[in-house]
Ligand binder design. Structure first.
Ligand SMILES: Cc1cc2nc3c(=O)[nH]c(=O)nc-3n(C[C@H](O)[C@H](O)[C@H](O)COP(=O)(O)OP(=O)(O)OC[C@H]3O[C@@H](n4cnc5c(N)ncnc54)[C@H](O)[C@@H]3O)c2cc1C
Length: 355
């Protein structure tokens, strides 16, 4: 039997499983999925988990069951490609024939002193739970500072302001407008929503230092009861520690078939892979489909394609609380209730197909 090991049951790992398990897993191949969490977590909803507007159970999806799928719960602490072996904290090592690494990403603190120590995070389920606990234990009038107004910062600020209108929420962003990756019309729509909902936006900010309950913007101290960091991401530390060429986010540079240039048995999927797009769940899934194609061909003894077409992304949708949203679909900007309904619909479909 050959063993395909998947590290991380996130969006990339789950897509590999859902493509292979029903009909495409050859009789002589087993899959071992390794994750430190005993279910697939819906990371795209962590902003709502942290704000306290959905329950923990709502972001969990059970891993699939199959006679040739073994799920190992454990914390990966080393990838040893020369021995084809994965080491885990407090568990036996796992050996592989083919490996897919989908361990996701972590916060990037851009060397801002104190940021890693004194800010909360929504980049993992464990950290989002902690953030939920501190945010929801705040008394009325408390100040919450959110650093970074990309998609996750905007979604967290809006969700929190809708559920806790007694808090002072300050959203810090480097750009002249928030959501700098989106067209200006969308940024303005979202800024207006924040103005109407008493979220203070601090544009052109530069966070120079963080101390306990103090954020320094251009070296000016600002008191905060809780600081949440949503100002950048980088590949999981395990991947950053691997040998090989990496991009500025610590993501490994791959061949067009998504494996390491010097090892055709090690694939990288999702936020750990250097791809010409911003990391997203959609991208992880698109890439997973292509990796499955390579494996299927190889298992049949056929040559894999030399390259793949560009991964098609459908667009991106963000929420502003439970009733409003914004996004880009097929290069068109959409705002308001329709955008929010579409986002809820996509989540419902995802859970329906994976639940
Ligand atoms: C608030 C927020 C909103 C977002 N909204 C969107 C959106 O609307 N649309 C979109 O497309 N994308 C969105 N994203 C981005 C999206 O969530 C990620 O791009 C996606 O989760 C990446 O998938 P992945 O498979 O690479 O990793 P993940 O889904 O992060 O999965 C990684 C897995 O690895 C496991 N793991 C990590 N380290 C270890 C270890 N050492 N040992 C064992 N297991 C480990 C984790 O438990 C996890 O199961 C959002 C992200 C955030 C934070």
């Amino acid at each position: 039997m050959k063993n395909l090991v998947i590290l991380g049951g996130g969006y990339g790992g789950m897509k590999i499983l859902s493509e292979l398990l029903p009909t495409h897993l050859p009789e002589d191949v087993t899959i071992t999925l390794v994750d430190r969490v005993p279910y697939h977590c819906l990371k795209t909803e962590y902003y709502a988990l942290a704000a306290g507007t959905i329950s923990d159970k709502e972001v969990r999806v059970a891993f699939p069951e199959h006679p040739r799928l073994k799920v190992v719960y454990g914390e990966v602490n080393g990838i040893h490609t020369s021995e084809k072996k994965i080491t885990l904290k407090d568990a036996e090592p796992v050996v592989y024939d083919d490996l897919i690494i989908g361990l996701g990403c972590e916060d990037k603190y851009h060397d801002v002193p104190g940021a890693d120590q004194f800010t909360y995070s929504i980049q993992s389920i464990e950290k989002s739970r902690l953030t939920y606990s501190v945010l929801n234990n705040l008394g009325p009038g408390s100040v919450v500072c959110i650093v970074g107004a990309g998609l996750s910062g905007v979604e967290l600020a809006s969700e929190l302001s809708e559920s806790r209108d007694d808090l002072h929420i300050k959203l810090f962003d480097r750009g002249k407008h928030i959501l700098s990756a989106f067209p200006e019309r969308l940024s303005k729509y979202v800024e207006n929503w924040f103005v109407r909902n008493n979220v203070e936006i601090i544009n052109s900010s530069n966070i120079t230092k963080v101390e306990e309950n103090v954020l320094y913007n251009h070296d000016e101290p600002i008191h905060c009861d809780v600081i949440v960091w949503t100002a950048g991401i980088q590949a999981n530390k395990i991947v950053r520690n691997m040998d090989g060429e990496k991009d500025g986010m610590g993501r490994l540079v791959l061949t067009p078939l998504h494996h390491l240039p010097n090892d055709e048995h090690v694939f990288i999927v999702g936020d750990c892979a250097s791809l010409p797009h911003a990391p997203s769940a959609q991208l992880a899934e698109g890439q997973a489909e292509q990796i499955v194609e390579v494996l299927k061909r190889r298992w049949k003894g056929e040559e894999p394609p030399t390259s793949f077409p560009k991964i098609k992304l459908k667009g991106i949708l963000g929420s502003l609380g439970k009733k409003h949203g914004f996004g880009m679909m097929a290069d068109r900007a959409i705002t308001g209730r329709v955008a929010r309904l579409l986002k809820s619909g996509i989540l419902w479909m995802y859970k329906f197909h994976n639940g």
